[in-house]
Design a protein around this ligand. Structure first.
Ligand code: P6P
Length: 334
């Protein structure tokens, strides 16, 4: 098979469609290279002394794993000198990281969850890096947190890298979704799937069932109907998956369909949901929509939500369009 590298793919996309300016191409190449380094660190595991907690907490009040911090540092060090970014924001940092004055300032903003699924790190289950790219608003002096507070429909690129049996980079720049598998012999990401399509229907749902007693009625109704199987109103049996790494669950859905739900529940009623809007829900929602799926917060399209805080949380329902539409309709009173 004629191997098309990430670099060649981006160059050819630029030549054919002209929608990947040089600075954005550089940004994506740099992020991909950072993901390669993170993959190496993850693959070392106990041999690299990188497992276990770092003995600190992040802005979410969650215990940080050593690899969370390593991945965060890799992404910052890889991206700060290239001249393509004005600033970065990360799940692992309270405030934004402006590119130091000793480096040229670029026109893009990079947001990331450097290592999503941290609870799976120490038990050797797939984890991943999620990233989102926005343009810095014109004008204005120093870059500020306010510059990051843009709706997901303003993203210019989004993707993730899943560190599983393969290390796979999944990317969209608004012209569909492409997947690149890391060829460790060459040390480069090779195009392994283009024009990813999520089937509109599915028999597979992903939700943490242990939270059932805390769910809102529409979620209980939807899951209950799935569990009734053939004899119930859905007329078919369903399967369930929950990896507790959003990257791995979304990758499965992009690969074979399904619906992923992390809905609001009454454990912490003031919290819209567990997942973060800016660097988890927005990039994953754009990828899913670009692959023909849908993504809502159970009531409205996630990509249209106007953020008010950098680390704000959101309820997430995404995947096969007909299932997302059904769940959203239940929440809107159907
Ligand atoms: P729970 C990982 O911590 C994460 O943010 C997502 O990747 C994942 O889908 C979810 O939380 C898992 O949450 O409550 O099932 O452990």
């Amino acid at each position: 098979m004629n191997k098309i590298s990430l670099t060649r793919y981006l160059v050819e996309q630029q030549r054919e469609h002209g929608h990947i300016p040089a600075q954005l191409r550089l940004l994506l190449e740099v992020v991909a290279r950072a993901c390669k380094s993170i993959s190496q660190a993850v693959n070392k595991g106990a041999l690299g002394g990188v497992l276990g907690s770092a003995g600190s907490e992040n802005v979410q009040g969650e215990v940080q794993k050593k690899l969370d911090i390593i991945a965060n540092e890799v992404l910052i060090e890889a991206n700060e000198w290239g001249g393509h970014l004005a600033a970065m924001a990360s799940e692992e940092m309270d405030s934004i990281y402006a590119v130091p004055n000793r480096y040229p300032q670029g026109e893009y903003l990079l947001l990331f969850d450097p290592l999503d699924g941290s609870s799976n790190i120490d038990v050797n289950v797939s984890i991943g890096t999620i990233f989102s790219v926005l343009k810095k608003p014109e004008g204005g002096l120093a870059v500020s947190e306010q510059d990051f507070l843009q709706a997901g429909n303003k993203q210019v690129a989004a993707g993730y890298c899943v560190y599983g049996p393969q290390t796979t980079l999944v990317l969209t720049v608004g012209k569909g979704v492409a997947m690149f598998t890391l060829d460790r012999e060459q040390g480069s990401f090779v195009l392994t799937q283009e024009d990813v399509q999520i089937p509109a229907d599915t028999k597979e749902f992903a939700i943490n069932m242990s939270n059932m007693r805390h769910w809102d009625a529409p979620v209980k109704r939807y899951i209950d109907e799935c569990l009734q199987g053939k004899e119930g109103p859905r007329g078919k049996d369903f399967n369930m998956r929950w990896i507790a790494s959003m990257v791995a669950d979304v990758h499965r859905i992009l690969t074979r369909g399904g619906v992923f739900m992390y809905p609001w529940d009454k454990r912490e009623p003031d919290k819209a949901g567990k997942l973060r809007l800016m660097y988890e829900a927005n990039p994953m929602s754009w990828l899913v929509e670009q692959a023909g799926g849908a993504a809502t917060n159970a009531k409205t399209r996630i990509l249209d939500l106007q953020p008010t805080k950098l680390h704000e949380r959101v309820s997430v329902v995404l995947g096969s369009k007909n299932e997302v539409d059904r769940i959203t309709a239940y929440h809107n009173g159907a």
